[in-house]
Design a protein around this ligand. Sequence first.
Ligand code: FAD
Ligand code: N01
Length: 544
Amino acid sequence: MPASGPASSEAIDVVIVGAGFSGLYMLHKLRGLGFSAKVFEAGSGVGGTWFWNRYPGARVDVESQEYSFSFSEDLENEWKWSERYAPQAELLKYLNHVADRFDLRRDIQLETRVTEAVFDEEQKRWLVATDKGDRIAARFCVMATGMLSVAKDPDIPGAGSFRGKTYWTSRWPHEGVDFTGQRVGIIGTGSSAIQSIPVVAEQAEHLYVFQRTPNFSVPAHNGPIDPGIVNDWKANRAKYRQMARESGFGILRVDQSEQSALEATPAERTQAYDIRWARGGFALTGAYADIIVNRQANDTAVEFVADKIRSIVKNPEVAEKLIPKTYPIATKRLCVDTGYYATFNRDNVTLVDIAASPIEAITPDGLRTSEADYKFDSLIFAIGFDAMTGALGKIDIRGRKGVALKDKWSEGPKTYLGLMVSGFPNMFIVTGPGSPSVLSNMVVSIEQHVDWISDCITYVSHRQVDAIEATPDAESAWVVHVNEVAAMTLFPQANSWYMGANVPGKPRLFMPYIGGVGVYRQKCDEVAARGYEGFELSTPAAGR
Ligand code: FAD
Ligand code: N01
């Protein structure tokens, strides 16, 4: 049913699309401020990422206590994490608990996909339509649709022809999968694959890993959560939360050093990296200040990790294949694993280098590369996402004069602060392109955006303002700034999904903002304090 059709069946203040971390907190926050809001969620449950990605080994790579909401002291006091890096099932339980605890479910409509969102310039309302025939008019529309919520299409010939079972890491069956006695093929070696491979390898009769580009991975050293960390967190929580909000990546465990890698001697560097490798997780990249801005400094971390891979993987040829050689470390999302490299010492695991011998086609029995045929019973696609813009691209979003967001973004996403888009008044994006988003502990960034959006909606609603919109100038200046900051780093040197490089035909530009979570928050706060500088606020009389 077109959203632009006759009068709407329901009218509310805010429509929210998506019920992951972002949508849940957005609903809670708006309700508390007295606004009426409704959430539409395509899935049959809440939780977003943690509802969909149920593949074996799925877990968070930011420590559990840091990757959690900070908006409610009671919630923080009552929830206990069991592992250093919470597994998917526990994160899903947590988000369901949040939905129940704050009585959110009565305003969440599940199994409902938003298909259209059209801005009615006369009424200054977003007219939203769903695949279930709902039509709703709302003053504001919040896209909490996720940056990694749309799986990439398999750009491989014959993808539909495989006769065995096919699985996607990003829509894993709820009942789980038992690969015992099976030959399994997995395509991809990103974070999802790197978490799955060691677990699948333990079950499968044989696992073929099809690797196009190797990834850097550091050990998680996961285990039961350390009671010392729990107690320290409890005692210093407010301080730690604030430190995370003011930090570069929103992750305290990065423990960012200010020293240059090039000022240290080789022995000092090895020692510093060793300490951080032993600590686990993202700590490694915090060892020196210039790892992501200076290629020479970066190379020192690359060499360290390469030596680690050589020391773990017994077959030197396999080890060399696993060492990334075409991009600097941390310019693609660093993976955090449990036993990934050691898995290649197993007799039942074969690494197939599809950069050297590309996949020609998926076949009814398996897969054919330029060098050999591989036969297996099950095939796992771990090929990633149409990141950052994918979910918004699936909705027909139309702003002023019927302009489609897809068209406006045909050369890449343009936003002001990653929050709003010029020509699309009263529409907000949570952790949108142009904000720190996927380069950060996303819960920190989600809370910041939800708080900012709520303040903005409150500000507008308390004045004679019926629409707020980013000005084209502010948006252009922000896009330039985002690119300038990215260009000061090594990030653009990698063919990453941050650059849109993983999806054929997608415009190439660095989408998130790398200026740092703390710096970015300050900029957003300053904009608000100056009466929403860079935004145009229109009054009913003035129109536009
Ligand atoms: P999501 O959780 O993606 O939720 C968006 C929801 O919107 C989805 O449920 C989707 O179904 C729904 N939706 C989308 N379009 C529509 C539509 N048109 N109509 C209705 N509903 C719609 N981040 C970290 O900081 N640390 C981590 O360790 C980490 N691990 C991750 C592991 C995996 C496997 C993945 C895929 C991502 C990970 N992330 C991590 C990023 C993660 O996406 C965020 O941390 C966070 O969960 C995002 O929450 P969200 O609510 O913004 O989006
Ligand atoms: O996806 P990816 P992901 N033929 O895009 C390969 C978050 N996350 O789902 O690099 C053959 O990283 C592709 O190869 P290449 C995290 O932010 C976090 O693993 O394009 N191969 C690559 O190896 C992460 O970054 C966790 O050459 C093809 C892989 O598939 C993001 O989600 C866990 C191919 C895709 O890797 C995405 O991770 C999981 C083709 N046609 C996810 N197309 C945590 O640890 C793609 N590939 C918390």
